[in-house]
Design a protein around this ligand. Sequence first.
Ligand code: SF4
Length: 110
Amino acid sequence: MSVESRKKALRFLFGPVVDRLGYKFTPNEEDADFLLEQEALLEEKHGVPYCPCQALSKDRAENMKMVCPCIPFHRAHYDAMRRCWCGLFVHKDVTDPDALKQIPPDRFRD
Ligand code: SF4
């Protein structure tokens, strides 16, 4: 499957999953397209669509917490930012994703 087709498939698969979690794709189409492309390439390489913004380790269990959409594993942190770490997904009521700030995990208090 081409990267373009896989991007479309990932978009189709992720939409309903994140919807149930209170999220949607970022309205910034350029960012969404870029991030989905990186995920399609990571999936081609590793067999699963790992997060394009988080470094993989040698710990498989930890890496599985970085398969997109990883929101359930980082729920409190992402809810506090109203976006996921990469910004591919934002809370449903977000209209200006650029106004949202990343909070580094080590500065986030649950
Ligand atoms: S941070 Fe966002 S884009 Fe990255 S894996 Fe998690 S949900 Fe996907």
